[in-house]
Design a protein around this ligand. Structure first.
Ligand SMILES: Cc1cc2nc3c(=O)[nH]c(=O)nc-3n(C[C@H](O)[C@H](O)[C@H](O)COP(=O)(O)OP(=O)(O)OC[C@H]3O[C@@H](n4cnc5c(N)ncnc54)[C@H](O)[C@@H]3O)c2cc1C
Length: 392
């Protein structure tokens, strides 16, 4: 089977890796020349690690993430450093934090040579009897048995489908950075919640720290002095927040407005085209699950399609029975919508809570969070992390 994948983000590369390992022919088309993201980290919760294991990538990712960060004291703090709530250490046994660029290197390194074509934008998709054809500025590429559209939150593929909910602004914007050198966190990580402001930090394998600062802002806000604004907003917050900002190259700090999909996508599959990752279910980053869900999508699709020899004919073992592909896509659609859409809703609700504004409301929020029993937190985290790929 020949699979065309649009987009070389986490979702597209992980899918390509798993399908290629199963003997399928895969072509990934990426519009930009540079595929490696710069300067930020990514949390991988237990479910993301399970998906990576299913794709045969778990050990390689464990090697770049060092140990689990579950040994750290984590949870939510007040800007003065007092803890509002801590997460029971046994609730996050597999959580890891990686540098995004290093994760990309692992994913790219797992692909057979010649799989990825950079600088190739897909401008159209046509389904014909002989398979799916992709249009690019350089001409048409045809003969795909299946196309996976992993083309991100602003997916051109999804936008062309009926019922596309479109993208909405969350109300907040995020600065992100990785320190240039290790910074001692004294065994503490997690988030600090203020009044319409939030700061998060987590150590990478080599002791450098991935951090983010979130501010409630009108969409499209531009500051003349971004670094000055960041410093000013988190001035007086507990250690080592100011030190982390100082320990980061100013030009390695970027700010992005946060968006998600304005509602659920009615279907992830049309004919022989499947949406995957942010294209299907972009969510706000408040649960640290967007990338994890893209990895789950990839592991699910790879598992359901099975190895190249499944239902292959004696004449051409690389060609899978069409009914098998259709059945796999139908199950992918059912399983992945049911799993991802409630998580996207939860992420948005948590983001609203974390970005609460006003002294009284903030105080009430902190009291409620602080009073949440450990058993409830454990159950909520287990819902997210207890996931296994389906049987084919
Ligand atoms: C601030 C922030 C923090 C986050 N933190 C976490 C976290 O801690 N843990 C976690 O799991 N997730 C996190 N996420 C979410 C995570 O980054 C995304 O869910 C994930 O990167 C989505 O991957 P993707 O492959 O679906 O899409 P993308 O990474 O967006 O990749 C899509 C690719 O498709 C390419 N493309 C688009 N259109 C075309 C076209 N027409 N032709 C060819 N190529 C095309 C793009 O250039 C891009 O390379 C965070 C997100 C944000 C914004």
């Amino acid at each position: 089977m020949h699979v065309g994948i649009i987009g070389a983000g986490i979702g597209g590369l992980a899918t390509a890796s798993g399908l290629a390992a199963n003997g399928h022919r895969v072509t990934v088309l990426e519009r930009v020349e540079r595929t490696s993201p710069v300067g930020s980290g990514l949390s991988l919760f237990g479910n993301a690690v399970t998906a990576l294991d299913a794709l045969g990538l778990g050990d390689a990712v464990r090697a770049i993430s060092g140990g689990s960060v579950a040994t750290l004291r984590a949870g939510q703090r007040r800007p003065d450093g007092r803890w509002i709530a801590t997460i029971p250490p046994d609730a996050l046994p597999h959580l890891r934090v990686v540098h995004r660029a290093e994760l990309h290197e692992v994913l790219l390194g797992s692909l057979p040579r010649g799989t990825l074509r950079v600088g190739t934008e897909v401008t159209g998709i046509t389904e014909v009897d002989a398979g799916v054809t992709l249009a690019t500025p350089a001409g048409e590429l045809g003969g795909f048995d299946l196309v996976v559209a992993a083309d991100g939150i602003r997916s051109r593929t999804r936008a062309s489908w009926p019922g596309d909910p479109g993208v909405r602004y969350s109300g907040y914007s995020t600065w992100r950075g990785v320190t240039r050198e290790p910074v001692d966190l004294h065994g503490e990580a997690g988030e600090t919640w203020g009044n319409g402001l939030r700061f998060g930090l987590a150590p990478l394998a080599d002791g450098r720290v991935y951090w983010f600062g979130v501010a409630t802002l009108p969409e499209g806000t531009v500051f003349d002095d971004e670094l000055g604004e960041l410093r000013r907003r988190f001035e007086g917050w507990h250690d080592p927040i100011a030190a982390l900002i100082d320990a980061t190259e100013p030009d390695a700090i970027a700010r992005h407005d946060i968006h998600d999909l304005a509602g659920p996508v009615p279907t992830f599959v049309r004919g022989r085209v499947a949406l995957l990752g942010d294209a299907a279910h972009a969510m706000t980053p408040d649960l640290g699950q967007g990338g994890g869900q893209a990895l789950e999508d990839a592991a699910t699709l790879v598992q359901l399609l099975g190895p190249a020899t499944t239902a292959g004919t004696a004449l051409d073992p690389t060609k899978i029975d069409p009914a098998h592909i259709d059945a796999a896509l139908a199950r992918y659609n059912t399983l992945r919508r049911a799993r991802t859409q409630p998580i996207a809703r939860r992420a948005r609700m948590l983001g609203r809570l974390a970005q609460t504004r006003g002294a009284v409301r903030t105080r009430i929020r902190d009291l409620v969070i602080g009073a949440t029993p450990a058993s409830v937190l454990r159950r909520q985290l287990a819902d997210l992390q207890d996931w296994t790929p389906p049987h084919a």
